[in-house]
Design a protein around this ligand. Structure first.
Ligand code: ARG
Length: 544
């Protein structure tokens, strides 16, 4: 709505107008244009605002007022009602954009031979949410899972497997992880062991048959586990092209960097210097490649294959330097401007003292978090639904949707830069700013609509609460735009929470069934809330 109003005003006033949401009591939207024009017009803002005001004729506004130099706009009830009809007509297509550009989103990207840790959950969920948001706005979104399946750490693993004479086929992910931990313990005591790890990675890169075979088995095992987790999370990533995929392309990248004088030799290695940050390495002195070399190859491949207009990387904030070096190198190589790249660097995951912090040492396994979430969700469902209403399988199904929705929402409701502190009491609750609360509100709307089935909707005059809700509904699209512009799904989470609160207040205050207008508002709320949850990757159960 905001953009539409800006367009209308820009036309009427012959000037570019930007609107902000108004402060309490100052209409719906405001503009500070009069302040901007004071220099040019040599008048005070109030006078300018008055002059502009008389030019505004659009009937979208019931009133335009000037106050302390600001122009305040009041949206007419007619306009709100028309917009609500449009929502009811377009349903889930309301607000869809048609940008027509292409964005590549690199997200999730866990490392093989390790369990899916809670750290990669943030990347997976925020990444998938951005994917849904961009796609809804009409971008052609391409999701890539840049699996960590190549690098010195796999040399370490191979060394340890060989040393302990293990049969790789018989190793579980847990055991693989333990091998890795043992390697590091031993390496602390004996420096030569690090060297062995590097040697095995060099062997792997050179195509040593045995090394390849063991590596392949480990990779397949990991993928099996990851797929189960993606399934459970309802996440589908378009391409799984991990680091190993670029193996054959790495020599060309290094040659190109040398030829273009982007990389230079230093003590047998090849490095890239930057003015404003430490140098980065693309070839080690033992001739093995690095994480950066593979990321460079990935950028080049993505440019050739997809010609994207924009690149998003959803990766932890601890990789900020790496990302900066990557984007700067891409520009030095002349492939693309670094303005086309954005690193959504999420904060870390922390637990309030509890079950996970001690039992397993430092890694928190996502699988356990998810199963505990489902368990807790089941308890809530048992409290809110009587066992007569529901079979056991149904209950399990709902518990899954609610438990996982709760985890996802807890992650998305905060700005990505902030750390996530995990407090079960607040994650899984039907009250307050939680996933289950939003799902519950959505289910409530749905059940009202089911009871009202057959009765048509009609939009009469709006009372105060109704006006607030309808106004909120019309702000859906601008909210999604704002989330996309700043890579921040939390803006949509905040919006959904406000809408749910407003609706529940309205629901508690007025009977809805039998009132056509109130049914229409309930339907509008259902459509928008469900879509907002979809953009946040959250499903809505049938009952709750
Ligand atoms: N596998 C890496 C990690 O777990 C994340 C990869 C992110 N994507 C990328 N293109 N570097 O730390």
């Amino acid at each position: 709505m905001k953009k539409r109003l800006e367009k209308i005003l820009t036309k009427e006033l012959g000037r570019e107008i930007r609107l902000e949401r108004s402060m309490e009591g100052c209409g719906d939207y405001s503009s500070n244009i009069a302040f901007i024009l004071t220099k040019e017009k040599k008048k005070n803002p109030n006078e300018i605002a008055e002059e502009l005001k008389v030019k505004i004729k659009s009937d979208i506004f019931s009133k335009v007022e000037t106050k302390n130099g600001f122009l305040n706009f009041f949206i007419s009830e007619d306009f709100l009602k028309k917009e609500l009809s449009l929502i009811l007509e377009k349903e889930k297509e309301y607000g869809r954009g048609k940008i027509g550009k292409r964005v590549v989103i690199d997200y999730s990207s866990p490392n093989i031979a390790k369990s899916f840790g809670i750290g990669h959950l943030r990347s997976t969920i925020i990444g998938q949410s951005l994917y849904n948001i961009y796609q809804f706005l009409g971008w052609d979104a391409i999701g890539i899972n840049h699996l960590g399946d190549w690098g010195t750490q796999y040399g370490k693993l191979l060394y340890q497997i060989k040393k302990e004479k293990k049969d790789p086929k018989k190793l579980s992910i847990k055991e693989l992880e333990e091998l890795y931990v043992r390697f590091h313990k031993e390496a602390e005591e004996d420096e030569k062991i690090e060297e062995e790890g590097r040697r095995w990675f060099a062997k792997l890169e050179k195509g040593d048959k045995e090394a390849r075979e063991i590596w392949k088995i480990c990779r397949e095992k990991s993928l099996e586990e990851f797929d189960e987790i993606y399934d459970e999370l309802g996440v589908k990533i378009d391409y799984t092209t991990g680091e190993s995929f670029y193996e054959e392309k790495l020599t060309d990248i290094i040659e190109e960097a040398k030829k273009k004088k982007v990389a230079k030799e230093s003590k047998g290695a090849f490095i890239i210097d930057f003015d404003e940050m430490p140098p980065a390495m693309i070839l080690k002195s033992d001739k093995s490649t690095t994480y950066l070399t593979r990321d460079l190859a990935a950028v080049k491949y993505r440019i050739n294959k997809f010609s994207p207009d924009f690149f998003i990387y959803e990766i932890g904030v601890d990789q900020t330097l790496h990302m900066k070096q990557l984007f700067a190198t891409v520009e030095k190589m002349g492939w693309a401007s670094k303005d086309k790249f954005f690193h959504v660097g999420h904060g870390m995951f922390r637990l309030k003292e509890g079950k996970f912090s001690t039992r397993r040492g430092r890694t928190i396994h996502l699988r356990e978090v998810l199963s505990l979430a489902k368990e807790k969700a089941k308890k809530i469902i048992e409290e809110s639904l009587s066992s007569k209403d529901i079979s056991l399988t149904e209950k399990e199904e709902i518990a899954k949707i609610v438990g996982i929705g709760a985890i996802k929402y807890n992650d998305l409701k905060r700005h990505y830069k902030r750390d996530v502190v995990f407090d079960w009491e607040r994650v899984i609750t039907l009250k307050g700013d939680s996933g289950p609360y939003l799902q519950y509100t959505c289910v409530r709307c749905k059940s009202i609509l089911e009871k009202a089935k057959g009765s048509d909707t009609e939009i009469g005059n709006l009372n105060k609460e109704e006006r607030e809700i309808v106004k909120r509904l019309t702000q859906f699209r601008e909210t999604v735009d704002a989330a996309a512009d700043s890579f921040s799904p939390n803006i949509i989470a905040e919006y959904a929470f406000k809408l749910a609160k407003e609706f529940n207040y309205f629901y508690d205050k007025y009977p809805i069934l039998g009132d056509k207008k109130k049914v229409a508002i309930t339907k509008g709320t259902y459509i928008i809330l469900k879509k907002a949850l979809f953009l946040l990757t959250i499903e809505v159960p049938k009952k709750m």
